[in-house]
Design a protein around this ligand. Structure first.
Ligand SMILES: C[S@@+](CC[C@H](N)C(=O)[O-])C[C@H]1O[C@@H](n2cnc3c(N)ncnc32)[C@H](O)[C@@H]1O
Ligand SMILES: [Zn+2]
Length: 447
């Protein structure tokens, strides 16, 4: 990957130096053009520049040069802004007294520093000692006022309707042997799907280093990850990708024209661009104030042949074992009441066709395990097992409408099926669990 990178500030080539892993990639090192320097921390090139977090990048450069790699990792995975300003319930009475507020703040600060230190130690010990669930839990508790919903979103991310929509377009994308870019990849859930669906080399890009580090070490170690900003110049040479995906993120971008121009620059002539779970500003939803209308998106993407469809249709076709219907697309005016959209653009118009039956379930490729939403019911016998689908919260249900249409409330199977699943065997029972979305690809050390 390093040979495809350029300096995002001046566009010049980058020279690499540093500690190499067995696969030839750099674990800790420095990338430098004649004028600018960027650290590589934990295998992730840090190519985001400017803004309040720039101090972290510069500090990490100094620490990597001094071979203080663990400290560089701690700097990059720490948050530049203050941690959650929620006051624990038990400290609130103290804060209500005159003069108590400052003391309560100091205690809170001390507690959150301690929690940050604990998270940092867990990160360094890695997946052999701590699961992704442990890391997500610590992270969302520490940095979010109401971290529970964010935890549920990410931990129960596989199997969500938006994940199926993303797998559907990923499975349809041509396999050219070139890399694919997962823009604003978060913790790398879709990046993992891209690798599994097409035996591809995937590159995840996000502006949050912490998320990338978890993606690299826990969720998708097979992919490469780059810390950069989706609305700055991208640190890639022209045409190095065959496709770009962007799931549940594009509507957050401030300068969407910049993102779209950079996407077009970094893909080749066979390119396929898929923007999934794109919010429509005409259907109000939390965090949708930077979204555009369907017409606004149509104008933005209009210089390429493109199709926009209701995401619920892509999901419905997926549940029936079929890829996306892209031959016609839906006119913008007919999408005005549709909250979530899927957009696919390609320079090759013939790629925009209706995709038929999957040869294999996209969610069933890879490391198939039990869907963490399913739990064994209490009345289960020695031979027969009933798996019941649990709901993390009413918010999760609202955030994932349509899930109950393909994921049953309960699933019956045999004890042997669960043993076969644990052994990664593809028995008829395991295939039937995949058919019912009670089992799908999940990384090791996730649950
Ligand atoms: C809701 S999450 C979705 C993550 C992932 N694509 C998924 O589907 O699970 C939105 C992601 O967008 C990223 N993001 C937002 N603005 C960004 C920007 N300007 N550049 C890069 N990433 C950005 C956030 O850091 C976050 O990881
Ligand atoms: Zn430069």
């Amino acid at each position: 990957m390093i040979s495809s990178l350029i300096c995002p500030q001046c566009g010049k080539c980058l020279e690499a130096s540093g500690l190499q892993r067995e696969d030839g990639e750099i674990e800790h090192g420095i990338l430098a053009c004649p004028e600018h320097e960027y650290p590589v921390v934990g295998g992730i090139p840090v190519l985001r520049f400017g803004g309040p977090a720039d101090g972290q990048r510069k500090r990490a450069v100094e620490l990597v040069k001094a071979k203080r790699y663990e400290e560089a990792l701690e700097v990059m995975t720490g948050h530049p802004q203050a941690t959650s300003d929620g006051m624990p319930l038990w400290l609130r009475p103290m804060a209500a007294f005159p003069g108590g507020r400052q003391a309560a703040r100091r205690i809170r600060r001390h507690l959150s520093d301690r929690a940050a230190r604990r998270l940092s130690i867990r990160l360094m010990r890695g997946p052999e000692r701590f699961s992704a669930r442990d890391i997500f839990r610590d992270y969302f508790k520490l940095h979010f006022k109401d971290g529970r919903n964010a935890f549920d979103y990410f931990f129960y991310r596989f199997g969500q309707p938006r994940h199926l929509a993303a797998l559907s377009v990923s499975a349809a994308m041509p396999r050219t042997g070139k890399r694919v870019l997962d823009l604003a990849c978060g913790f790398g859930h879709l990046t993992r799907g891209l690798v599994n669906c097409g035996e591809r080399t995937a590159v995840g890009l996000d502006s949050e280093f912490f998320l990338l580090y978890v993606a690299k070490k826990w969720v998708c170690p097979e992919a490469e990850f780059i810390h950069a900003d989706a609305v700055q110049a991208y640190p890639f040479k022209d045409g190095v990708f065959s496709a770009v995906t962007c799931c549940n993120s594009f509507h957050f971008f401030g300068d969407k024209e910049c993102a779209w121009a950079e996407i077009r620059r970094v893909v080749d002539e066979s390119a396929w661009v898929a923007v999934i779970s794109l919010r429509n500003s005409l259907v109000p939803a939390p965090a949708s104030n930077t979204a555009l209308t369907p017409e606004g998106y149509a104008q933005l993407f209009g210089d390429w042949p493109s199709r926009m469809v209701a995401e619920s249709e892509v999901v419905e076709r997926y549940a029936h074992g079929k890829g996306p219907a892209l031959a016609g697309g839906t006119p913008s005016r007919d999408l005005e009441g549709t909250g979530l959209l899927t957009m696919v653009a390609s320079r090759k118009e013939d790629a925009l066709r209706d995709y038929g039956e999957f040869s294999e379930w996209p969610h069933g490729r890879g490391n198939v395990q039990l869907n963490p939403l399913f739990k064994e019911s209490a009345g289960t016998s020695r031979e027969g097992v009933t798996l019941v689908r649990t709901s993390p919260s009413p918010h999760y249900e609202q955030d994932n409408p349509g899930m109950s249409e393909y994921m049953p409330d309960s699933v019956a199977c045999s004890r042997e099926d669960l043993v076969a699943l644990k052994r990664h065997e593809r028995s008829a029972g395991v295939l039937s669990l995949i058919d019912r979305f009670a089992a799908f690809d999940i990384p090791n050390h996730y649950v």
